[in-house]
Design a protein around this ligand. Sequence first.
Ligand SMILES: Cc1ncc(C[n+]2csc(CCOP(=O)(O)OP(=O)(O)O)c2C)c(N)n1
Ligand SMILES: [Mg+2]
Length: 345
Amino acid sequence: MAEPTKDMLLEWYRQMVLIREFEETCHQLYEEKRITGVYLHLYSGHEASGVGSMAALRKSDHVITAYRDHGIALILGMDANAVMAEMMGKETGSSGGKGGSMHLASRQHNFWGGYAIVGGHLPLAAGIALEARYRGKDDVTMTYVGDGATNNGYFHEALNMSAIWDLPVIWIIENNGYGMGTEVARASGQTELHRKAEAYGIRSFGRVDAQNALEVYAVACQAVDYARRHGPAVIEHITYRYRGHGVSDKQYDARADMSAELKEWRASREPITILRDSIESRHGAEAVAEILARHEADARRIVAESVAFAEASALPNSYQALMRNTYVASDLVHKTAQSVGAGIE
Ligand SMILES: Cc1ncc(C[n+]2csc(CCOP(=O)(O)OP(=O)(O)O)c2C)c(N)n1
Ligand SMILES: [Mg+2]
């Protein structure tokens, strides 16, 4: 693994402050009912998990995740305007406003989503990796999966398939301690979650302190290199979410033990502070102060602009807009659409 350069570390800082600003703004917008819907799952607290691991990828690699997907989209360089417009269900959104918070995706960025069904994306990850193997390409598929999802069938079937077919997937288990409000130990017989993958013969790179982007990056580089050459790898990221499961869960307000735990994580394991301290100790606080401040100001500006852009955009309420990119299985719907002149792709 190459030691991360100063520019890389500054870029990670830029990504992390952008994600935090985006997520906390989404939280506020949801409280104000300017973003609506039942759920909005934020990546605040998880930033170093995504940023450190995706820094080990190259452009032609693939990424897929569950519904906690905003941070992943921003790391990949999706336009904040299009992502915010998607949150608000607008026509200018990255999925035309029809996917919403849980269904971000971008073919251009090899980002295959954004899935609401717990574990449902895991067989798809195996399929994406199979394509690379089948065509003799050495691209890998970075796959994020929650601790709770490791208990369902998709996880076990997909991991087993990846092992028997030597598929180049890096299974990253984002263990944030909870599946909704259920602690890992109450839901999983094996609490060292990476060991579940070992049971299928998958190479484990163990547990990582995923509040520290440098540690995440170091292990991700090894796992990506292994997956490119040999087959599936697993890493367990120990992380924490700063908000309830989704914004409509008020767990931290309701449970005193959880709010004390949150306070402790924020005080001692804050990923942005940990990265900032590493940058300053390596490169000198004064030498980097200006650029770090600029990244923070840029994050505020970019997110504020994205909100203005999204709010000024139209809802997808023409028939054409609704049908665009929609798979139509019903002949009746198809004929109706044709009769009103809607192009169906
Ligand atoms: C198949 C299925 N079962 C249940 C749910 C409801 N549900 C949504 S998220 C979630 C918890 C998942 O927790 P975890 O995998 O740890 O991910 P995290 O939210 O912590 O990132 C559950 C049970 C669902 N969406 N899909
Ligand atoms: Mg979880």
